[in-house]
Write a protein that binds this ligand. Structure first.
Ligand SMILES: [Zn+2]
Ligand SMILES: [Zn+2]
Length: 104
C-alpha cells in the first residue's frame, strides 16, 4: 500500500491525501509540483527517478467488505525532509536531468 506522506520533502508544503499537486517517485518520495518542476526538474533527489501524480485515496470505503479508503488506511502523519543539502540536490539534478526517466 502506498504511504501517503503529509508534506513536500523539500519545501515542507502540506500535501494532504486529496492534494492535486502531490508528486511521488517509485519509492514514494513525495514533493509538490512546484518543487518538481522548478527545482528538481523531474529528478528525485534520492533515487534519481522521475515523478508521477500521487493517486488520491478515496475518503469512503466504497466496498464496505474490503475495508479500504482513508478511514481504514489513513495517510501518514510523519513529516519527511530530504537529508540532502540544496547544493547537493542541485548538482545531482544537473548530472541527471538531461536523461528522460526511462533512460536513467
Ligand atoms: Zn515543495
Ligand atoms: Zn526517489
Amino acid at each position: 500500500m502506498l504511504e501517503l506522506r503529509p508534506n513536500c520533502e523539500l519545501c515542507d508544503k502540506d500535501l494532504p491525501p486529496e492534494a492535486a499537486d502531490a508528486r511521488i517517485c517509485s519509492y514514494e518520495c513525495t514533493y509538490c509540483t512546484a518543487c518538481v518542476e522548478q527545482i528538481l526538474f523531474n529528478v528525485c533527489p534520492t533515487c534519481g527517478g522521475g515523478f508521477a501524480p500521487r493517486p488520491i485515496r478515496p475518503r469512503n470505503a466504497w466496498r464496505s467488505e474490503l475495508r479500504l479508503g482513508l478511514a481504514n488506511h489513513p495517510a501518514s502523519i510523519s513529516r519527511v525532509h530530504s537529508k540532502f543539502s540544496p547544493e547537493d540536490i542541485a548538482s545531482h539534478v544537473a548530472r541527471i536531468r538531461h536523461l528522460k526517466p526511462n533512460e536513467r
